[in-house]
Design a protein around this ligand. Structure first.
Ligand code: TYM
Length: 332
């Protein structure tokens, strides 16, 4: 079992990242060999500030360690320190098809109406993501639901490359996405139809893992809801996207089922439910926030961890990269 996953170091780690992906990363550290990285190369696909990217990469590394990523168990690094990612992307660009990339919903969302002005990097972004996982022969990729389509593309690229250039051998392993059913898609606190996201202009839409207790309580109190009390059964949440989201967050945070949350709060309004949810979040996130605030002070220590991780990752990447060059008839 080889586990590989990444996160873009743009903005803060939020509850969607944590429940959708990072909590699974932490769990999987004890189940297989894990590589986790800051996708800084992906972050240049949109306009960015270089000084902020450098700072965010360190901060996000500190946040991941604070969440429980243990650098003695897992390999933690930033993509830019392992050039094999960019090299393999170029090799895979020969296999990925325009038609496949044209179907990527995230490109459509991020490019919006200004497709002509979008960067080439934004378009070929999913090919770099395929390189990220194929480079290490990943078998399991823990992600939130929004990355499923990118993972399917990685499988398509791997399959076509193996068919076209493998001469009967499997050069790349086909990776499986690991998506937590209870937290596949955490939604915005302001709009139950939009996912919780770093790029939402309203900070009230998300819980950041750096928020203090008062901020968390206030964001939950102001979260959009409806006037109905909570139902006793899951079916009663149908069509109530905001209510469904908050109950889902409670369930994921408490490690219990949605049914169990409803059994506890059936018939109660949000006036009772919201403070309970806020307190659960504050209690569970407090140790993470405290560790993060301590770790982020020591920039040199974070850089040293990332360099150490990158050295290990580069060694693991080498054999697959060399096989890919050779399979394509590229002499080195
Ligand atoms: P990113 O940085 O947007 O998000 C990191 C992880 O958090 C998950 N996530 C969510 N899960 C549930 N609900 C939400 N509201 C939510 N928001 C984010 C994402 O699904 C993701 O797992 N392209 C990737 C980074 C990447 C990557 C990779 C991932 C680059 N290379 C290779 C896996 C494998 C991204 O931008 O994730």
């Amino acid at each position: 079992m080889r586990v590989v996953s990444g996160i873009q170091p743009t903005g803060n780690l939020h509850l969607g990242n944590y429940l959708g992906a990072i909590r699974n990363w932490v769990k999987m550290q004890d189940e297989g060999e894990c590589l986790f990285f800051l996708a800084d190369l992906h972050a240049i696909s949109l306009p960015h500030n270089p000084a902020e990217l450098a700072a965010n990469t360190r901060e996000m590394a500190a946040a991941l360690i604070a969440c429980g990523i243990d650098t003695d168990k897992s390999i933690l690094f930033n993509q830019a320190r392992v050039p094999a990612h960019a090299e393999l992307q170029w090799l895979l660009n020969g296999t990925a098809r325009m038609g496949w990339l044209n179907r990527m919903t995230q490109f459509k969302d991020k490019a919006g109406k200004h497709r002509e002005g979008a960067s080439i990097a934004l378009f070929t972004y999913p090919v770099l993501q395929a390189a990220d996982v194929l480079l290490y022969q990943a078998t399991h990729v823990p992600v939130g639901d929004d990355q499923k389509q990118h993972l399917e593309l990685a499988r398509d690229i791997a399959q076509k490359f193996n068919n076209d250039f493998g001469a009967g051998e499997e050069i790349f392993t086909l990776p499986d996405p690991i998506i937590p059913p209870e937290a596949a898609r955490i939604m915005s606190l302001r709009d139950g139809s939009a996912k919780m996201s770093k790029s939402d202009p309203s900070d009230m839409s998300r819980i950041n893992l750096t928020d203090d207790a008062d901020t968390i309580m206030q964001k939950v109190r102001k979260a959009k809801t409806d006037p109905e009390p909570l139902p006793g059964e899951k079916a009663g949440l149908a069509g109530r996207t905001e209510a469904e989201n908050l109950v889902g967050i409670y369930a994921a945070m408490a490690g219990i089922s949605v049914e169990a949350v409803l059994a506890q709060f059936a018939g109660q309004g949000f006036g009772a439910f919201k403070p309970a949810l806020g307190e659960l979040l504050v209690t569970q996130l407090a140790p993470i926030v405290e560790r993060f605030n301590r770790l982020r002070q020591d920039r040199d220590a974070i850089d040293a961890e990332l360099r150490k991780g990158a050295d290990k990752a580069a060694i693991l990447a080498r054999p697959t990269l060399e096989r890919a060059y050779a399979a394509l008839g590229l002499q080195r």
